[in-house]
Design a protein around this ligand. Structure first.
Ligand SMILES: [Zn+2]
Length: 95
């Protein structure tokens, strides 16, 4: 299991575990009111992906609507172009 510190909100923690299981990296920041709680990054270091708006984002410690924010975190994985392509490749290999 990940040794990452848990997010204080259960919905967001669940969403973070989901994206980590899909290969995303969740890096905790030093915090502070002007910084997100963590930065989440897509696993693919590719131009088509990095230039997309969905592949790197800040995870806020206390979002106004945690359930909605958790949904947005999950949708990041679904919207990653490269991730979709990689999944399709794996499916073709019969995995
Ligand atoms: Zn991506």
């Amino acid at each position: 299991m990940s040794k990452r510190k848990k997010h204080p909100n259960k919905h967001i923690e669940d969403a973070l575990r989901f994206i980590e299981s899909e290969g995303w990296t969740v890096e905790l920041t030093k915090g502070g009111s002007a910084h997100p709680w963590a930065n989440a990054k897509c696993p693919y270091n590719r131009r088509s992906c990095r230039n997309g708006m969905f592949c790197r984002f800040g995870v806020w410690g206390t979002p106004g609507n945690p359930e909605l924010f958790a949904k947005q975190i999950r949708s990041v994985v679904e919207k990653c172009v490269v991730h979709k392509q990689e999944k399709a490749k794996q499916a073709q290999k019969g995995q």
